[in-house]
Design a protein around this ligand. Structure first.
Ligand code: M6R
Length: 622
């Protein structure tokens, strides 16, 4: 959570920082700030609100200023003040409410600092070092700035080392020292920082989205190291002062794929990108019609030696795991658990060297998932991660990684990451079925052929977006809503319901339809619309009975139904028909339809679809 950026180089620092913050805003968007440094000092601009508000603050506060730190060279001779160095932050509040004073950067004495993470012992630090008098905000971050300033005697590395040795918690700190102009320092524990040296200078950020406009090469700053950025050099040292070479990776994302491409919101763009993202995720992983992970370096023994599977994930990624659970049980007949990463370590999990852990995460940075992976590996389990962001923390902590090739996902509501995670699960199940003798070669090929139809079936659903928009229009007034289905349909709806509630703020609950009469049916009235999924032929008649039960209590019902089983239900119910696939693959077209439903409800209500209130894209606090 929180987006951080640092840049030193020949370009317009202020613009680079502001543009980068806009790209990072999905990590947190309740306040924003930048600090610009030149030989005359460091100047801060910050405010509660969005980066667009910060732009206004910068415009207002710099108009008429003769020499604005960080601005490009002028022809009038003020070029000697051009230092080209600055840091920025977009915040998701943890300690201290949303206010101008609590926005980052924080400045104490010669130190200017931005921070992502949580300093758990900030109160002790205030007491132990008597820092209270100098603080003007309620944040844990300002305490770190004050401590750094206390230890600073002209040597940045020394002050950082001393400070970090007193911190408890997670942090990515980015610091400028007033008398070391042109230099930016960063250090971290858990919270991510990536960096690069490119044609335009040196830059760092909390994730790649902000860097990939400039370069395809980046490195991850290792934990408990200090990185010093200068216009033409980066210097990485460990805490003993030993210099180490950064290990560069290459970004697999097109440099311009992080833009909206003409769509009003990223969420819509990302929903529409799914056919391509799914095809990209399968590419290289199907050979001779069979699933193949050799290009990923994942050995078959991983799938043959395990006795049980444990999926660890949060939110949407966990919902992908629930679909996998149904597949693993019905096809592989294996024991599988799907764990909420945030509960995992506190639930005495049964994990050992015979457990294959599948960690799922779009960002690869979700702290609960990261900590759960570390825990499982300490218990001897092998961990295969399904991740979208290359080189992310979970990817680095895992034994093996299968990357979803979804490209940057910017909207807070996860869409293409979910369906590409599902694709990887389908491939894993098929590979395991083949290796463990559950499927013959022909059966595996037939299963993969069906999977390869998904880009086309999703395209077909996207072609029905107008019909889905009309249905969305009927839900705008709802305060509460139920989504009901059985088996895989229930799993699909758990995700559909999360999508709807996070972007539309309608209270939506997914319920296994057979459970309704054990309590929640008491809530069904004519004011409680019901969205049902009917995609599993063998469950259809029972699902329809449950739908009739809510209908007879006055609920308006819309059914997302597999086309070939819809019969004449359109005479009775509002239907969205979904292109036919084998039952176990119906999750794919159904998910795309439910994503569109959530999207249209939110956009028609006039909400900022990509940045729902209180949320952030990357959850790096426990
Ligand atoms: O980056 P991750 O996949 O680990 O994120 C997990 C959840 O935070 C995420 O899926 C969240 O639930 C989304 N906002 C759902 O749309």
């Amino acid at each position: 959570m929180c987006g951080i950026i640092g840049y030193t180089g020949s370009e317009d620092v202020k613009e680079i920082l502001l543009d980068a913050l806009e790209l990072l805003e999905y990590r947190g968007y309740d306040s924003a700030g930048i600090a610009l440094s030149d030989r005359a000092g460091v100047r801060m601009f910050k405010c509660a609100g969005r980066v667009s508000d910060l732009r206004n603050v910068c415009r207002r506060e710099t108009s008429g200023t003769e020499t604005v730190p960080g601005e490009p060279a002028r022809s009038d001779g003020s070029a000697e003040r051009r230092v080209q160095c600055g840091i920025g932050h977009t915040r998701w509040a943890t300690h201290g409410g949303v206010s101008d004073a609590n926005a980052h950067p924080h400045q104490v004495g010669k130190v200017t600092l931005v921070h992502n993470g949580i300093i758990e012992n900030y109160r002790e630090l205030i007491e132990d070092y008597d820092l209270g008098g100098s603080l003007v905000s309620d944040t844990d971050t300002e305490v770190v700035a004050a401590l750094l300033n206390r230890f600073y005697e002209g040597n940045p590395q020394e002050a950082i080392r001393k400070t970090v040795s007193r911190l408890r918690g997670t942090f990515a700190l980015v610091v400028m020292f007033e008398d070391h102009c042109g230099a930016i320092y960063t250090t971290r524990n858990v919270s991510p920082v990536v960096a690069t040296l490119c044609e335009q200078g040196a830059m760092l950020a909390s994730d790649l989205t902000a860097l990939c406009r400039f370069t395809g090469r980046y490195f991850v700053v290792p934990e408990y190291h200090i990185l010093e950025l200068r216009e033409d050099a980066v210097r990485l040292t460990d805490f003993d002062g030993n210099e180490t070479e950064p290990e560069y990776f290459t970004v697999n994302w097109e440099l311009n794929s992080a833009g909206k491409n003409g769509y009003p919101f990223y969420m819509e763009k990302e929903i529409m990108e799914q056919p391509q993202a799914i095809a990209d995720t399968m590419e290289e992983r199907v050979r001779g019609g069979l699933p193949d992970f050799s290009a990923d370096g994942v050995p078959d023994t991983l799938f043959t030696d395990c006795e049980r599977i444990c999926v660890i994930a949060c939110g949407t990624a966990r919902h992908a795991g629930l679909v996998a659970q149904a597949l693993v049980k019905s096809i592989l007949h294996m024991h599988i658990e799907v764990e909420m990463a945030s509960e995992f370590m506190y639930s005495d999990p049964v994990i050992d060297e015979k457990t294959l852990v599948l960690a799922v995460s779009q960002s690869g940075e979700t702290i609960d998932t990261l900590e759960a992976v570390k825990y499982a590996r300490r218990r001897g389990a092998k961990c295969l991660s399904i991740i979208n962001v290359r080189g992310s923390s979970i990817a680095r902590e895992s034994d093996y990684v299968l990357y979803t090739n979804a490209g940057p996902e910017i909207a807070v509501a996860s869409t293409k990451a979910y369906t590409t995670q599902l694709v990887i699960f389908y491939l894993i199940v098929a590979r395991m079925a083949l290796l463990r003798g559950v499927f013959t070669t022909e059966e595996t090929q037939s299963y993969i052929r069906e999977l390869q139809r998904t880009p086309d079936t999703i395209k077909e659903v996207l072609g029905k977006r107008r019909d889905i928009h009309v249905v969305a229009g009927k839900l705008l007034a709802a305060k509460d809503l139920f989504m009901v289905g059985r088996g895989l349909d229930y799993s699909i709806l758990l995700e559909g319901s999360l999508k709807l509630k996070e972007v539309s703020y309608i209270h939506s609950e997914a319920y296994a339809s057979g459970e309704l009469k054990h309590g929640p049916i008491a809530l069904i009235t004519q004011d409680t619309p019901v969205v049902a999924a009917v995609t599993q032929e063998k469950l259809m008649s029972k699902e329809l009975s449950n739908i009739r039960e809510v209908r007879s209590r006055g609920a308006d019902v819309v059914i997302f139904i597999k086309e070939s089983i819809a019969g004449n239900l359109a005479e009775e119910y509002e239907l969205i028909t979904l292109p036919d696939m084998r039952d176990e693959f119906m999750v794919m077209p159904a998910s795309a339809a439910l994503q569109l439903l959530a999207y249209y409800v939110s956009s028609d209500k006039g909400f900022d679809v990509d940045k729902p209130r209180n949320l952030a894209k990357v959850v790096t606090v426990e």
